[in-house]
Design a protein around this ligand. Structure first.
Ligand code: DON
Length: 339
């Protein structure tokens, strides 16, 4: 009897020791899903901000859409809320078209032609172009504000419009890990009302930033902004940047690892426009917003995250997306500068 109890005790201790490493590593690993759930619940009922309406089709998008997705470099997806609804990618596309130019023409091409400095002005500021040209004497803007983004689009090479467009759409699709398509209603709505961007395109041409065919550059830029994405698409795109250019879900090396730091640097400098400094101060994360309501953010080597929620603040950045991403990243130790 005594020896049987002894055997049972030994078996129990052995089983506990065998389980120990699993429990320890599970305890040490950050609980991604809990962080995502907590931020989702905290901001679920927030109705702060309002949809962009300077593009008429965006005013009609359901303001209640709220989806969060986080993807790790090993391809695991953590999510909460609406992953099905799609919004137009808008300015988040600027990151990937900039990256395409870096891939094809090198990182210097972006710095020399457009610049990589914050403008401190709104994303569609014409004054920023005048200031760069007259006061600063050249390429002193960046590819994440409209003048720089339209110029990036003009730098994607191709013999025909169709060839340039295919390169841009395929590149975005490789980042997302699925074939993306365009929301034609949003494309038409913006194309019908984008006289300001047309003026910016002409100005960039007049000053020699755009070398030829500014109308085509604005048209393709407008189409890239209408690419339709859900929260998971955006998170996989962000995670591909977090994973040194390799899509963690498909395994495809989408861009050169060597060019990723420059992409992230421009996102850190200008991803949330004139609020980029504040954002970086609180999160440390390279990020990019779009007036469709999406924001992506990248914690290099740790995760890519995206939130979609169409209500924006005055700077044009989604209110709930900023709050949810900041909370989740801070809970997971995502700030690359430490803490
Ligand atoms: O060019 C525009 O105004 C829009 N297609 C994109 C602007 C945008 O997303 C600014 N983002 N926060």
């Amino acid at each position: 009897m005594k020896s049987l109890r002894h055997i049972v005790q030994i078996a129990t201790v052995t089983a506990a020791i065998a389980l120990l490493p699993t429990a320890l590593s599970a305890g040490a690993a950050p609980d991604y899903q809990a962080a995502v759930n907590a931020a989702y619940a905290k901001y679920k009922d927030s109705a702060e901000g309002k949809n962009a309406d300077y593009i008429p089709a965006l005013a009609k998008v359901d303001s209640k859409i709220y989806g969060i997705a986080l993807v790790t470099p090993d391809g695991k997806v953590y999510s909460a809320g609406d992953l099905k609804s799609e919004v137009s990618i808008q300015s988040i596309s600027k990151v990937f078209t900039m990256a395409k130019v870096m891939e094809d023409s090198g990182t210097d091409a972006i710095e020399k032609r457009i610049g990589v400095d914050a403008t401190g002005m709104r994303f569609n500021s014409i004054v920023s172009v005048e200031f760069a040209e007259k006061a600063l004497g050249g390429p002193e803007i960046n590819p994440l504000v409209n003048p720089g983004a339209i110029t990036s689009t003009s730098m994607v090479t191709g013999k025909t419009r169709a060839e340039v467009w295919k390169k841009i759409l395929d590149f975005h699709s490789d980042f997302a890990g699925r074939p993306l398509s365009v929301n034609q209603e949003v494309f038409k709505s913006e194309a019908d009302t984008n006289q300001r961007n047309q003026a910016i395109g002409q100005l960039m041409y007049a000053y020699g930033f755009i070398k030829e065919n500014p109308n085509q550059a604005v048209d393709i830029y407008t189409e890239q902004c209408a690419i339709s994405v859900n929260a998971k698409d955006l998170a996989v795109m962000a995670a591909t940047l977090a994973n040194a250019g390799k899509n963690p879900v498909t395994g495809k090396q989408v861009m050169k690892a060597a060019n990723v730091p420059e992409v992230l640097a421009v996102m850190a400098t200008a991803g949330l426009y004139d609020d980029s400094g504040k954002w970086l101060y609180h999160t440390g994360l390279p990020a990019k917003s779009g007036v469709g309501g999406g924001i992506i953010a990248v914690s290099p080597g740790k995760f890519g995250i995206a939130v979609i929620s169409p209500r924006l603040d005055d700077a044009g950045n989604s209110v709930r997306a900023q709050k949810a991403i900041a909370d989740i990243s801070n809970a997971l130790g995502g700030n690359p500068y430490g803490r």
